[in-house]
Ligand binder design. Structure first.
Ligand SMILES: [Zn+2]
Length: 350
């Protein structure tokens, strides 16, 4: 009945909605059913269920029409950003309790599975971004993971592995990390220290107590606690376009942490939902103008009521959907798509 009902005239007094000639293509979304694996106890400060809730919400909003399913990465792919010893210890479960305490999670086969599919999601997002101009994850942004150890709920550095994997597979010469989580991207800075093919930008709050010891990104911008939407955007507008012009990245890895929000339980900045949306729009707009494809992770976001966090992460997908036409047009260089296709075969949608 619903199908034929659409063809019937609307009841008297009800205006018919204009039907679009076609459903416009939206941005590629990366999601795996295994994100439902929840290896942390209920009430844990790390909001593990938010990834599944986010994809459900995106589906309801019509923003997940192009969902792609990632694969589990091989150990040698993880070793592109991490030491073989650390990778082996975590995968085998022989990692020390002390190392797991530094991560803040207890080792379990479920945690291993959840961690691996999280990295696979970033690897696929990077490939999709090269193919389509932009791809956005429903998880990720594990930027506190260092080459030889994890930290701050981060085990493997998903976007770092993703950048190195597409460099390996396509020969990309210039990548740019745009890390706008409220915490410094210390693990990412450590992994790419001295790597001239990857530029790391971290704009974070100067007053966070974590990470305990900061690293040197290629560019660190530390903003004070209480930073407002206007102050934040002023900085971002000053920094990002210039950096895109000088680095000329062939791929941008974007950590869109929403722990910059005023009500975040860990972050000390004072951004609003409007400010976060403006930030995410600006990143996509600037990257599109620079012809740089974007692979985006949702990053941090902490609050006991997960529905609030999910609504903040939706903003990244809304911005991606809005700017997808520009990114897609600006980044449709045949060479990039051909490079990806040659390396691993075309990406297909599931
Ligand atoms: Zn954070």
């Amino acid at each position: 009945m619903p199908l034929s009902a659409a063809a019937e005239p609307p009841p008297r007094g009800v205006r018919a909605l204009a039907q679009p000639a076609h459903v416009p293509l939206t941005h590629p979304v990366v999601f795996h059913e295994d994100f439902a694996i929840n290896p942390v106890p209920d009430g844990h400060r790390f909001p593990m269920p938010k990834d599944v809730l986010l994809h459900r919400r995106l589906t309801d909003l019509g923003l997940a029409r192009r969902t792609f399913t990632p694969e589990y990465p091989q150990a040698d792919t993880l070793c592109l950003a991490h030491t073989p010893e650390y990778v082996e210890q975590f995968l085998s479960g022989s990692i020390s309790q002390q190392a797991m305490r530094q991560i803040g999670l207890a080792w379990s086969p479920e945690l291993r599975q959840r961690t691996l599919i999280g990295v696979g999601s970033a690897v696929l997002a990077a490939r999709l971004a090269l193919q389509f101009g932009c791809a956005v994850m429903c998880n990720g942004g594990t930027h506190h993971a260092h080459p030889g150890h994890g930290s701050g709920w981060c085990i493997f550095n998903d976007l770092a592995v993703a950048a190195r994997s597409v460099q390996r597979d396509t020969g990309l010469e210039r990548c740019l990390f745009v890390d706008l989580d409220v915490h410094q991207g210390d693990g990412t800075a450590a992994i790419f220290h001295g790597d001239r093919s990857v530029f790391t930008l971290s704009i974070h709050c100067a007053d966070q107590t974590f990470p305990h010891r900061l690293q040197h990104s290629d560019m660190d911008v530390a903003l004070p606690s209480g930073t407002t939407d206007e102050q934040y955007m002023q900085t971002l507008r000053m920094v990002l376009p210039k950096l895109l012009a000088s680095v000329r990245p062939q791929l941008v890895l974007y950590n869109a942490g929403v722990d910059v929000h005023a009500e975040d339980s860990l972050g000390l900045m004072h951004l609003t939902n409007d400010g976060i949306l403006e930030r995410d729009r600006f990143v996509f707009e600037a990257c599109g103008a620079a012809g740089a494809p974007v692979a985006a992770a949702i990053g941090g976001g902490y609050q006991q009521d997960h529905t609030h966090i999910v609504e903040r992460h939706v903003l990244l997908h809304r911005a991606a959907a809005e700017y997808f036409p520009q990114l897609s047009a600006a980044c449709s260089l045949a060479g990039r798509a051909a490079a990806v296709a040659a390396a691993e075969g075309p990406v297909t949608m599931h």
